[in-house]
Structures are given as C-alpha cells and as structure tokens.
Write a protein that binds this ligand. Structure first.
Ligand code: GO6
Length: 332
C-alpha cells in the first residue's frame, strides 16, 4: 500500500532497485487494428505474449497468417472459442494480464456479449492481475449524453466496466483518443483516409481541441501500464501535450509540410453536420455522432484529468511519442 512505487517522484529510483518480473500477457483480438500493435509492443517490451486464436477463424487467411507471423516473432498462440467457456478459462489461467481489443464499432452488440464472456472467464479463473477491456477511444464514462446511434458503443463499454468492477477484477481503462490513421491523414475529413486535394471541410471554426495519437504509441503506452501499480483500477488517459491540437492546427501543419495552401476551406455548422446523418447507413451515422462530440463539443479535452486518474506521457516520460507534423510526412 505505502510502497515507494506509489509516489511518482520516487519512481525512477525504485525502478532501478526493484526489478519486477514481467507479466505474461494475453491479447484477445490480436489481429485487429489496435490489437496487432499491442501484440508487437508486448513482444518488444519483453513480455511473454499470448494471442487467442479463435476457432471461428475459418478461412480468414489474412488473420491466420498474421497469427503465424506473431508466432514467428515469439508469441504463443492459444486456441479457444467464445462458445467454449472452459477454453477461455484455460487461456486466461496461463497469463497475468488480459488485454481485450475486439472491435466495438464494426461488430456492434456482438462485442458486448464477447467481452462479458471474457469477464466471466477471468472471474472464474481468479488469477488475472490486470484486465484491460476493449476501450481505446473516448472516455465512455463522460459520454452519457452521446447521440444515437453512436452512443451504443459507449453504453456497452459502461456495461463491461460494471461487470468488471462487480467481479472485483483488477483493471485499467485506456482512453486513447483519436487514432491518427482515422483522424489525421485525412485532416479529420469523414469518409476518406487521405489528405483532401483542394477543399477541406472545417468543423465550425475549427478551433476545438482534440487529441491525436499514433497507433503504435497507443500500444507502447498500453503495455507500459500493465505492470504499473499506479494505474491499478484507474483510467489511463493518453493525452500528450504536443498532440492536443485543433483541426485548424492540423491543416496548418499539413500546409507547412506541403508548402501549399488549401484554398477552399468550407466551414460546416454543427446543425448542417448533424443533418448529414439523414438517410445514411448506420456506420456513417455512428461516425457523424462521434465526430460531432469530438470536433464541436470538444469532449476529449473539455475536462481536466482528475487526481484519481493518470496521463500516460506524464507517467512514461521515456516514450518519445510521435508528433503530428512527423506523422503527416508519410502522406506527402
Ligand atoms: C472511431 C470513422 C472515420 C468512421 C472513438 C467512418 C469510438 C471512439 C475517438 O471506426 O465512429 O472517415 O474515439 O468514414 O471512442 C470510426 C470511429 C471513424 C472508426 C468513429 C471512434 C473513435 C470510435 C471515417 C469514416 C475517416
């Protein structure tokens, strides 16, 4: 309880003296967009790394070959199925830390069921020292007011949180904010993943602050935190100061890199932006709601990180996180 490790000022000292054994990590969702990077970071930071190989993989050759490449890099594949509770219990019994990265946006409601099954298995196994549920976006505890239909993923994350806490499972919730691949390369334009050529849509005046994170950095911070007593039963916000930027600042960075001004900058009112949901498919409606909360409301930055929670770049100052001017270079 009163170990010197708890006091940030003593951390450097104590890290030298106490050599902690590295935890064994299981990644569930290891072939996904963020999961594959977490597997890589876990191996890179010297953890014995396990990846669930779901029986349901079938003929998905991309996933299978990715799993085989993890094995080549030293990961252990554990076969299991969400339809076989015992196989999940056996899988989590082999490790100290479980990280779930199954998508909540692309396979809605399915995610909730799977995560609850995983929580049940962790509860029964009783050995897991830290569980990181699939979050890695906005803070769902601050999205109680979110718009339909995008709010579903926040509501589901809160149901998972309650199940974790009711079962007394040690946890860390990672709020990773905006993945650069979805929000930066396109200067935050919905419906595209590459920089706009001439006209850019600006959310309102473009001056609302958001937080942008390169995905490998999210994975690095995530693995840094799993053995850290400071983040036990807390939320880890990944909000490094240099990556708190407005959409206008992102555009300026891009213009500086390319040496060209984007001439047609079109401001969209909140009302017009929300109206663009009408008649669109579910994925689009979800995204519009999320973008609204981020770029009009400022939900990623309109609160201070409280005493009871932690910010990743402050805790792990040795991580040299990617700045967005560096990140955007790959798009030039
Ligand atoms: C990302 C997206 C970008 C969707 C979160 C469609 C949950 C979060 C920052 O899956 O709906 O064009 O926090 O055409 O908590 C998707 C969602 C973004 C990616 C937003 C997200 C962010 C989900 C698109 C598009 C670039």
């Amino acid at each position: 309880m009163y170990s010197p490790d708890y006091y940030p000022s003593n951390r450097k000292e104590s890290n030298k003296r106490v050599k902690m054994a590295k935890s064994k990590v299981l990644v569930v969702g290891g072939t996904g967009y963020i999961g594959r990077r977490i597997v890589k970071a876990s191996l890179a930071q010297g953890h014995e790394t396990y990846v669930l190989q779901r029986e349901e993989i079938g003929l998905d050759i991309e996933k299978l070959q990715m799993l085989l490449s993890f094995k080549k890099q030293g990961a252990h594949l554990i076969e299991g199925s969400f339809n076989d509770h015992k196989s999940l219990v056996a899988a989590v019994k082999q490790v100290d830390v479980v990280i779930c990265t199954i998508s909540g946006v692309h396979f809605r409601s399915h995610n909730l069921l799977l995560q609850i099954k995983l929580v049940d298995a962790i509860k029964e196994a009783g050995n897991v020292k830290r569980f990181l549920p699939s979050e890695f976006g906005m803070d769902p505890s601050r999205m109680g007011h979110a718009l339909e239909p995008g709010r579903v993923s926040f509501d589901e994350k809160m149901v998972v949180r309650k199940a974790i806490e009711d079962a007394n499972i040690p946890f860390t919730y990672v709020v990773a904010n905006c993945f650069a691949g979805y929000f930066v390369g396109n200067l935050s334009q919905l419906g595209s993943l590459t920089p706009p050529k001439d006209k850019v849509h600006l959310y309102g005046d473009g001056n609302v602050k958001a937080v942008f994170m390169e995905e490998d950095d999210v994975a690095t911070y995530t693995i840094k935190t799993i053995d850290d007593p400071i983040t036990l039963n807390k939320t880890l916000y990944i909000r490094p100061p240099d990556n708190i930027l407005t959409q206008s600042q992102l555009i300026q960075i891009w213009e500086k890199l390319t040496g060209k001004k984007l001439d047609k900058i079109i401001s969209i009112s909140a009302q017009d932006f929300l109206a663009s949901m009408e008649g669109m498919d579910l994925a689009w409606q979800v995204a519009v709601g999320h973008f609204y909360h981020i770029f009009y409301e400022g939900c990623l930055t309109n609160f201070e990180i409280g005493e009871e929670d932690e910010e990743a770049s402050k805790l792990y100052t040795e991580v040299e996180y990617t700045r967005m001017d560096e990140y955007l270079k790959i798009y030039t």
